[in-house]
Design a protein around this ligand. Structure first.
Ligand code: AMP
Length: 315
């Protein structure tokens, strides 16, 4: 039903503007620009744009479009991979005529005229692939570039098909996508090869993380430390899953100090941690969430809360 309505709206509008969340990850860009290219190639007469801030580490995937406020007039806006309005990159999304939300995070903020939210999907890129397969009479053309973008998004959000969110559907989509012509090794190199300084910081994390006897772990990456290693806070995204390899860890948090706040990156292998993230002005998935605190005292409060969650958890 959602899919039919979404397809009908896309066909109806001559301008489609696609948004995604701030601080984009591969799934945000993959689903956003994957959808853009899918629509653009299938309906060459339409104006289709992908907007939001640039993320240098993902520019190998795609570049964003710069558009004026006037271009929103009478446009269809699609927001990919973004649970709440606050986190939409480029707040002009409200200027359009209609809004469609396509997302796989818990639906904490019900925005949009049509909401297609599937928390069982591994990624929003997998959902865009489903949108493509659901279109009758092959109205959509899936180009090599669309396949590359959606594949990168799926790879990013499943940790290379590792996380439990990876399903039979995910593998089927990936199997179909790799029949297209694109270089997978370019994607892997761009997403996973690390500069020396990042590898050294990874070493620091392994050396310095704290774990208690319940399996709650954390590490604090202060501004000074990041400066010392020559690393931008955004680059730490490659390191958050690092502690997942350590035996005995049930849930963990990586604190990344930015200029004026501390980013809280929560991960779990058992208990849900997204409610904890919500308590600290964040959100996300049950097993991977994020939030922001201002002081290290608040960070310690997050640790205490996580400790209670892990303690109460029975596998
Ligand atoms: P991160 O640790 O930033 O990689 O985030 C993990 C997950 O939590 C991702 O799915 C994000 O979309 C989500 N997330 C991170 N930060 C926030 C936030 N401030 N508000 C809502 N969701 C967030």
């Amino acid at each position: 039903m959602f899919l039919k309505n979404i397809l009908a709206l896309i066909q109806q509008y001559s301008t489609v503007i696609i948004h995604r969340h701030v601080r984009p990850d591969p799934d945000a860009i993959g689903s956003q620009v994957g959808l853009k290219e899918l629509v653009k190639h299938s309906f060459p007469d339409k104006e289709v744009y992908a907007v939001g801030e640039e993320e240098a580490s993902l520019s190998f995937l795609a570049k964003m479009d710069i558009i004026s406020d006037e271009q929103y007039e009478g446009a269809l806006v699609v927001v990919c991979d973004t649970a709440n309005r606050e986190r939409i990159s480029d707040q002009r999304f409200t200027l359009g005529d209609k809004i469609i939300k396509i997302d796989h995070h818990p639906n904490v903020d019900e925005y949009g005229d049509i909401q297609w939210v599937d928390t069982k999907a591994s990624s929003t890129s997998e959902m865009i692939y489903e949108l493509y397969t659901s279109s009758e009479n092959n109205r959509f053309t899936l180009t090599d570039d669309v396949a590359r973008l959606l594949y990168a998004g799926i790879v990013g959000d499943t940790g290379r098909f590792l996380y439990p969110s990876t399903t039979e559907k995910t593998f089927k989509a990936a199997a179909e996508l790799i029949t297209h012509h694109f270089d997978r090794s370019v994607i892997y190199d761009n997403l996973y090869s690390m500069q020396h300084n990042l590898v050294k910081l990874k070493g620091y994390i392994y050396q310095q993380f704290y774990i208690d006897d319940t399996g709650m772990a954390y590490v604090k990456l202060t501004k000074e430390l990041l400066r010392q290693y020559g690393i931008d806070p955004n680059e730490t995204s490659q390191l958050v899953s690092t502690l997942g390899d350590v035996k005995g860890i049930v849930a963990w948090v990586v604190f990344v100090e930015e200029e004026k706040s501390i980013r809280v990156r929560l991960r779990s292998k058992g208990p849900s941690i997204n409610e904890l993230a919500t308590k600290y002005n964040g959100g996300g998935h049950p097993m991977a969430s994020g939030a922001t605190v201002i002081t290290w005292e608040e960070a310690d409060q997050v640790i205490a809360d996580l400790q209670m969650i892990v303690e109460a958890y029975e596998a």
